[in-house]
Every structure is written in C-alpha cells, then in structure tokens.
Design a protein around this ligand. Structure first.
Ligand SMILES: [Zn+2]
Length: 623
C-alpha cells in the first residue's frame, strides 16, 4: 500500500467512524462531548416531573439507538424553564459546530439530538407539572417537533439542489480534514481539489449549453443551489487556510489545485445563478425568494398555534380590509373628498414636516402616546422604559429595505437625505408624513416594541426561544386597534394615518400568504400593495423585499393582524366581561414573555391543559 492510498484509507475510516461515535454519544455510552449535560447513571427520577409511562410518552416514543434521557437534579429544581434553556443551548452548539447543512455527520447529530429531546419530553409526566410548567412543556414540545420538521424539509431541499453541484461529495471529503480532523495527505488533498475543479468545469460547460430555465420549480431549486455553493465556497477557503503555510507538504501539493478549484466553483456558481435561476446579480432591484409551499405553510400555522387554514386566513384579511375601506370612505367624506380614499390618502401624504424637523415630531408623538396610556390607566409604564430609548436616523441604504421607521430598543427614523434623487426625496417625504408617523411611533416605542423589549429581558427571559411575530407584532397592532376604539385619533387626517397601517396589515396577510403558497410573484405583491393599499411604488417594493429577503419567517407578515385580532378577542373575553381590568390584563400579557395567545387564553380562563393540546381557538368574529 502506498503512503497515499494508506492515508485515503485512514481518512475514509475516520469519516465512517464519526457517525458511530455520534451514535455512541446519543445512546448514553459517551457523554462528555458536545456540551449536553452529562448523565452518568440512569437514576430513577422521583420528582413531579419524573419519567413515567404515560400517553405523551407513547405518542412521542422515539426510534432505536437513543437513550430515554433522564432528568438531572438541576432539572427537578427549576422545572421546564431549565430544559428550555438547555435545548436552546444544544441547538446553538450544533449550529456552531456543523456549518455545512449537507454534512452527513452534522445531520446525524442534529437528528439524534432532536430524537433525544423528544424522548426527554415524553418521559415527563405532564399531569404532575405545575400549570406554568405545562405551558412551557407544550411550547417546548411544539418547538422540538417543528425543528424536526424543518430539519427533514431542509434535507429534502438540499438533496434536490445538490444534484446541480456534482462536486459537493468530493468537497465534503476535502473539508472533513478541518471539520472533523480526518487525516488528509497533502497529495490526496491536491487530488481531491483537482477532482472538484474538473467536475465543476465540466458542469459549467454543460449548463452553459442549456437554454435559460423557465420552469419556476427548477429555478427555485437553483436559487437554493446558489446559497449552497456559497456555503461550500466558504468551507473550502477555510479548509485551505487551515492547512496552507502550516503544512509545507500541503502548500507544495495543493496550492495550485486550490486556486483552480476556487475559480471553477466561482464559474459554476455564475452559470447556476444566471442560467438556471434566472438571476442577474447586478440587478439590485430584483426581489429574490423561495416560497415555502402549502404543506410547509400548514406546519408553520400549527407551530404558531393558529387553528385556521390558509384560505380561511386570507378571508379574514379580506374582511378586515373591507372594514378599513368603509372607514376610509367616511374619513374622505369628512374631508369633502367625495368618499374617495385615494384623494384622502394623497391629501394626508402631502402633510409632512420641513426637512430637519422630523426627529422633533417623533419625540412629540412618543410622549403624546405615553400620556394617553397613563391618563386612561391602560398599562404600567416603568420610568426606565419611558426614558430608555434613543433616536437614530436610518441610512439611505437601509431605507431601501425599510421605507418607514423601525423601533425596539431605539427608534430609527426614515426620512429623505441629500444623497437621494429628487424623485426619491419626494416619495420618502410622502411615505413619512405626519399622520402616518403618529400610529407608527406608539407601535415602535410605547406601548409597542420598546416596552416589549423592556419586559422581555426582565420577565421569563428563558422564553426567548419561542420568539414570535404574533406576540411581538400582534401586540403592537392590537394597540393601534385599541387606541382607535378609544378615540386616540381625533381628526380625519389622523384617522386616515391609522387606517393606512391597519389596511396594510390586512393586506400583508393576503399578499404574504399568496406569495408563500406560490400563487403570486413578488411583482404581483408589489402591485397589490400599490393598488389596494396606496403605497408609493418604492415603499411597496421595499415592503415586499423586506418580507421576502429580510430574513423573516413565512408567517411574519400575517402575524401582525392575526396576533392583534387574537388579543382583541381575548380583551373582549377577559376585560369586557369584568374578569380583569385593563392595566392588569396588559401587564400580565407582557410579563408572560413570548407565549402563543391561545395558551395565554387558557391560562387567563384557568382552563385545564393536556399534553395532546392542539390549536383550536377560533378568535375571529365578523361583526
Ligand atoms: Zn412592529
């Protein structure tokens, strides 16, 4: 056996043996790796959350090769909250450790980790948990199942796109020397890199000969392949840097082949991007995304505790949109504009402050909202929350994605800058007019996102794992609806400002669902926002770009109004029936941290929970 062949054998042995090591770890034989709490002996749990055979255990029973993890002393002391933190840490560890989504060893670890958690939760006697622990168990159980579904769909998606990257397997062998410490002889490294270059070049030549792909499914597969090639490119560069110069043999053998492989991959990426995905990378206006499709969308709805189908949600959006249309007509009549909402909107868009005055306007609006909330005893606003925000200006680049201002810890104001073209300035002035800003300020600051961030860090912070647009955006929108009902807007211009946003949130349900289900293109979504909501074209494009390319989940856009409607229904059930006053109701929602509103409702109404709890709440009523 030559030295080269022997090291190939050794590296193959390593690659084959690593999954076995993974299996040993998850079977409980090896327990010091990868940070999860060590469980040296299978002690018999005796606490209220002890492992027993129950219905949940039967439902969640896992496959072979995974130990039914027992709970440590720490778990018993701190309940499910501690498990939530551990699960979050396990996820982070594996994400940090395995950076390539197609790495089979990483997939194996993630699969076993999820199976172990499924078993761990199944081993807990739900009936014996305290009420808040039951809520935490339900949320964690839902999270683990959702993560398992996401992993399964990621594997399918990657496999499909991998067919466009014939050098992926060879590249995995090369990067295993760094990722997993497999022995890689310098000459073998050169051979692998040479093979990568040859396979990439051959594919590039083949693809270049084919015509542009008009099939949208194939284009979607290609868009995903581009992001996989980017991952692989980063890994091959990292691996080269890891060996180069430190190993003189490596540098002598692999220096040139590495450069050739890198160039070949770059050329292949270009044809996949331009020819197969139909993307022009110089076209920064193009909105590029991958809809998740009906099956995955249905799973997202269950995970968000929404007991409606996608078509039912679109119908809710349409109903709320029609309500806004009626109120718009009334406001336009008050302005003697013949009930024409477009004329009314154009009138309001022309009412902006002079350049330079926008920050003062935002400050005034923030304090106006705080005075209104306190004056009506609606919610507790701690002094630290009231004073704890700053004002920043949004860069022109960021305004391409965020045409309106953003909030949270601070408020970030969108307003035209001297670097914009004349047309861009005029459009931005219209989008950031006084009456559009008024509801946006309390949405972003108090009682909206700023106050939410304040409490998220102080009450039940372990629930960060369950971060959700329904809780975050739903709450902020709920206040827009509540303040409307309480007469916060007194002039027709202020009412139009509020209605513009409310209609936009209803439209968000409609356009985002149609996009995610593959029914509308991004361009159709932009046109819808311009025609139906009255956005300026640049603001509509930015909104759609943000929702598709901004890293938001598929339910983010729908979460605003649906979450708001859930809280509205809960307010009717709890406050309007005299079970709680406004202040206690609102304070207690915030102090729960992230929680699906259906579970919050169960708690407020003191309804019993079961481990088989599924979303069932029909919160929308047509008045
Ligand atoms: Zn928001």
């Amino acid at each position: 056996m030559t030295r080269t062949l022997r090291s190939f054998f050794i590296s193959t042995f390593w690659l084959k043996s690593l999954p076995i090591l993974a299996l040993l770890y998850f079977s409980g034989v090896k327990s010091e790796s990868f940070g999860q709490e060590s469980e040296p002996t299978a002690t018999k749990p005796t606490s209220s959350i002890a492992a027993t055979d129950n219905s949940a255990a039967t439902r969640n029973a896992s496959g072979p090769g995974v130990s039914l993890a027992t709970l440590s002393q720490t778990d018993k002391d701190t309940g499910i909250a501690s498990l939530i933190l551990q699960y979050q840490a396990d996820q982070k560890t594996l994400q940090r450790r395995f950076r390539l989504s197609i790495d089979p060893i990483g997939i194996d670890y993630k699969t076993k980790m999820l199976e172990a958690w499924n078993s761990k939760l199944a081993a807990i006697d739900f009936e014996k948990l305290a009420y808040d622990d039951q809520i935490d168990w339900l949320m964690l159980d839902s999270e683990v199942r959702h993560d398992s579904e996401l992993l399964a769909s990621q594997i399918v998606r990657d496999e499909e796109s991998k067919k466009l990257i014939p050098y992926a397997e060879v590249l995995l062998l090369y990067v295993a020397s760094k990722e997993h410490g497999s022995v890689l002889d310098a000459e073998d490294a050169a051979t692998l890199l040479d093979d990568i270059a040859a396979k990439a070049n051959a594919t590039t030549t083949d693809v270049s000969k084919t015509l542009k792909c008009d099939d949208s499914t194939a284009a979607t597969v290609a868009v995903h392949a581009v992001s996989m090639i980017d991952q692989l490119t980063r890994q091959i560069q990292d691996t080269h840097r890891y060996h180069d110069s430190y190993d003189p043999q490596y540098t002598w053998w692999a220096g040139k082949p590495f450069e050739a492989a890198k160039q070949a991959i770059a050329a292949h990426r270009k044809v996949v991007c331009e020819v197969l995905a139909g993307l022009d990378e110089n076209d920064t206006e193009k909105i590029v995304g991958v809809p998740i499709g009906a099956v995955a969308f249905e799973k997202e709805l269950r995970h968000a505790w929404i007991a409606y189908t996608a078509p039912e949600l679109v119908a809710i959006g349409e109903y709320e949109l029609a309500w806004c249309d009626e109120r718009f007509k009334e406001a336009a009549d008050e302005l003697n504009l013949d009930g024409d909402w477009r004329k009314a909107l154009e009138h309001v868009k022309s009412l902006h402050v002079e350049p330079g005055d926008q920050p003062n306007l935002i400050r005034e609006l923030a304090w106006e909202a705080i005075r209104f909330l306190e004056g009506n005893d609606l919610i507790t606003i701690p002094e630290m929350a009231k004073q704890g925000w700053r004002l920043e200006m949004m860069s022109p680049e960021a305004q391409r994605v965020n045409p309106y201002f953003l909030g949270g810890d601070n408020i970030i104001v969108s307003f035209p800058t001297n670097t914009m073209t004349h047309a861009e300035k005029l459009m931005s002035l219209k989008s950031n007019n006084i009456h559009f800003c008024r509801p946006t300020v309390h949405h972003e600051l108090v009682p909206g996102h700023h106050l939410q961030y304040y409490v998220l860090e102080r009450y039940r912070p372990y629930r960060q794992l369950f971060s959700s647009p329904f809780w975050m955006e739903g709450w902020a929108l709920y206040w827009e609806m509540q303040l409307w009902d309480m007469g916060f807007a007194t002039s027709p211009e202020d009412r139009i400002g509020m209605l513009f946003w409310r209609r936009h949130r209803a439209a968000r349900i409609i356009f985002s669902l149609n996009y995610q289900l593959g029914k509308w293109s991004a361009e159709e979504c932009v046109k819808y926002l311009v025609d139906r909501v009255g956005h300026e074209p640049s603001a509509a494009a930015a909104e759609v770009r943000r929702s598709i390319m901004g890293g938001y989940g598929p339910l983010y856009q729908a979460g605003y109004m649906l979450g708001g409607l859930q809280l509205r229904a809960l307010h009717a059930e709890i406050v309007q029936t005299g079970k709680m006053n406004n202040r206690d109701f609102h304070d207690s929602i915030l102090k729960e941290n992230y929680i699906p509103f259906e579970l919050l409702r169960m708690k407020m109404l003191a309804k019993p929970l079961s481990a088989e709890q599924l979303p069932a709440w029909k919160f929308h009523t047509q008045k």
